[in-house]
Write a protein that binds this ligand. Structure first.
Ligand SMILES: NC(=O)CCC(=O)C(=O)O
Length: 318
């Protein structure tokens, strides 16, 4: 049973071109956070490598092989087991066969790899040259509750968050490195917006009748294609973790790792320097907030109808 209250640490790490330094630096930050009482540690997007298409193939690791083939995840596994904490391990470039992914690994308190999320959307101009998009949503049960994972640009797609909320996640974790143009405008806005969406058009019924949830990857084939509108209330926690800003690097990150609470409030945040943000999560507030603003029960189905605009468009242009 996950504890209702615990501390989360967002390690906004500086990242260099020295991979071994990045790994030992991340280890130190995690150990320090655990010493301060964090039971869950979140790392940034691409923390073991510079953020560049040239670097991804050079720094990529074979996570499935593990051991020497993946020193970054070997460190995360060791440290999560030693410290008995859960780690949402930001992301690293992953090599699998001839493909590269931007991948987040989640380690449990026993040091075991509990889940792996491959960034499902890619930034058209930045990553699409080298990285392949992941195919699945990733939800993971940990000692600190059920967590939905997205990586950076994934935060722009409300359906992913809707799937996680419908499956009972009370916390969404997004390692991310927004850029200096969209960061100031969109980063916090998107985190807070994820809390207030209330509808999602979904495509088939999943295994959990309670949630009637639908992703194409895990739902029974016979129900694929069935349309339904799912009304959900998110009102949950959203945590993000970015690398610290390095104005000398080819990709300058916005920083601003943040924890947003289930009322849409910024509970803890920072600027762009290297630091670790530590804050408390209390899952009992999720139900309280949903009861206080029960927007799901207040829908006005008599005023509007949700339609699948993409499908209508496809049909009309056939
Ligand atoms: N690493 C990323 O996915 C960057 C996303 C970003 O900056 C955006 O505006 O979206």
């Amino acid at each position: 049973m996950a504890s209702a209250k615990f501390k989360i640490a967002l390690c906004q790490l500086s990242v260099t071109s020295d991979k071994l330094r990045n790994i030992s630096h991340a280890r130190e930050a995690i150990e320090e956070a655990a010493n301060k009482g964090a039971q869950l540690v979140l790392l940034p997007e691409i923390w073991n490598s510079p953020y560049s298409n040239d670097s991804f193939p050079v720094y990529a690791e074979d996570i499935e092989l593990g051991g020497d083939a993946s020193p970054s995840t070997a460190m995360l596994s060791e440290v999560s087991q030693n410290l008995k904490i859960t780690i949402v391990g930001g992301s690293i470039p992953e090599r699998r066969g001839d493909r590269l992914y931007n991948t987040c690994c989640v380690f449990g308190t026993d040091g075991k790899l509990k889940a792996k999320h491959r960034k499902a959307w890619k930034m058209t101009f930045k990553e699409s040259k080298t990285l392949t998009a992941g195919e699945n949503p990733t939800i993971v049960d940990t000692d600190v509750g059920r967590i939905g994972i997205g990586i950076c640009y994934d935060i722009r797609f409300q359906e992913l968050a809707a799937i996680y909320a419908a499956r009972g996640a009370h916390l969404l974790c997004y390692p991310g490195a927004f850029n200096m143009t969209t960061g100031p405008l969109h980063w916090e806005l998107l985190q807070r917006a994820r809390i207030w969406q209330s509808t999602a058009k979904l495509y088939c019924f999943s295994l959990e009748p309670r949630a009637r949830l639908l992703c194409k990857c895990c739902c029974p084939a016979e129900s694929a294609g069935v349309d339904d509108v799912l009304y959900i209330s998110l009102q949950l926690y959203v945590a993000t973790c970015a690398p610290a800003r390095d104005t000398e690097s080819g990709y300058v990150a916005w920083g601003h790792s943040t924890l947003v609470g289930p009322f849409g409030e910024v509970l803890a945040t920072t600027d762009h320097d290297e630091t670790t943000v530590i804050a408390e999560i209390d899952y009992s507030l999720v139900e309280q907030r949903r009861a206080y603003l029960p927007i799901i029960n207040q829908r006005r189905g008599d005023l509007y109808q949700l339609v699948d605009v993409q499908r209508l468009h496809a049909e009309s242009t056939k």
